[in-house]
Design a protein around this ligand. Structure first.
Ligand code: FES
Ligand SMILES: [Fe+2]
Length: 351
């Protein structure tokens, strides 16, 4: 029997802020069906998407002011999930309520706490400030993945696959050739994986968006905040151009690639991706190119991981993978996720 790999008592990205409006919006997170909407004052609300009466999905019901009226027999819920009306009688049963979820809107995401409400401290939400920063221009999307979230974590922590899976887009030979350094902050539960290429071919993704001709200095600095948030700080500059001694870096192009990895079920995942850049801010051609390019790359990963999920489903118990140096970050992530799933304890201190 499959033991759950879900990590509860954590914040998860449920949606982009711009996906949630007055209309009822359904999304399943860690196996829990949620209905999301904005109350009349604009604040986001997340409730269990199952009427307490006969389970009708509230997401297929309707709003009436700040209440949700079940589309089956009219049980009516306020934004806290309490039932304020039942048909045919005055007395509302004490247990007539649906679960509500703590929700925070931050950095263009709607974060939802899955677990014990007492522990829902908003200071624990990891940050991706570029996504809502006027100094950056961001494109984003979300692709449904028919694979367990652990496969996406493996994928993102080992970018050597760019050379093979994403050749012609973001992969060049130097990515797989250049060794990584991996650091784990066990106390905060953050994993850092870096690959600094001093003299590399410029892949089309960056050549066309930055306009750089010729070879580049390409840095990839990953920061994974398990379970949900993955940041890739990408620095691209003409070969030989380095940051100044004081840390300023005016001659480089900076791209902040952000993924939110939100399990839907044990075997499916919401793959949120965003690309924020600090150059050509108003150039829609660059935005369109990066949006299409990154989506293409994400769909290449999705296709590969969907295959892996099927391979795993069909394999005999006890299959042993072989790991090498490139897997150091992914293995550290698995260890931390397993620990978080097992003890349900916070491993990250409030910021
Ligand atoms: S199922 Fe919702 S009111 Fe009956
Ligand atoms: Fe990839």
């Amino acid at each position: 029997m499959l033991t759950s790999t879900f990590v509860r008592d954590q914040w998860y990205v449920a949606a982009y802020a711009d996906e949630i409006g007055p209309d009822l919006f359904a999304r399943t997170i860690l196996g829990e069906p949620l209905v999301l909407f904005r109350a009349e004052d604009g604040s986001p609300v997340a409730l269990a998407d199952r009427c307490v009466h006969r389970r009708f999905p509230l997401s297929q019901s309707r709003r009436e002011g700040d209440t949700v009226v079940c589309g089956y027999h009219g049980f009516t819920y306020d934004t806290t999930g309490s039932c304020v009306f039942v048909p045919g009688q005055k007395r509302i049963p004490r247990t007539a309520r649906v679960a509500s979820y703590p929700v925070i809107e931050r950095d263009s995401f709607i974060w939802v706490w899955i677990g014990d409400h007492e522990r829902a401290d908003e200071n624990l939400i990891p940050r991706a400030p570029w996504l809502a920063d006027a100094a950056y221009t961001t494109v984003h999307g979300m692709e449904p993945l028919a694979a367990r979230y652990g496969l996406l974590v493996d994928n993102l922590l080992d970018l050597s696959h760019e050379t093979y899976l994403h050749g012609g887009h973001i992969g060049t030979p130097e990515v797989a050739e250049t060794p990584i350094t991996t650091e784990v902050d066990d106390e905060k539960g953050i994993i850092y994986v870096s690959r600094h290429m001093a003299d590399a071919a410029c892949p089309p993704f960056y050549a066309e968006s930055t306009g750089i001709k010729g070879r580049i200095t390409r840095w990839q600095d990953i920061e994974y905040h398990p379970p949900c948030l993955y940041l890739l700080h990408s620095r691209i500059a003409p070969a030989g151009v380095l940051p100044n001694a004081d840390g300023t870096d005016p001659d480089a192009f900076h791209v902040e690639v952000v993924y939110a990895i939100t399990p839907e079920t044990e075997h499916s995942t919401h793959d949120f991706w965003a690309v924020a850049r600090d150059f050509a801010p108003d150039d829609d051609t660059v935005s369109d190119f990066l949006r299409d390019g990154n989506r293409t790359v994400v769909l290449q990963d999705v296709a590969a991981l969907n295959v892996l999920e099927q391979v795993i489903a069909g394999e005999a118990e006890g299959y042993q993978e072989l790991s090498i140096n490139i897997d150091t970050g992914g293995l550290a992530a698995r260890r931390i996720l397993a620990r978080m799933a097992a003890d349900g304890e916070r491993v990250r201190e409030p910021a």
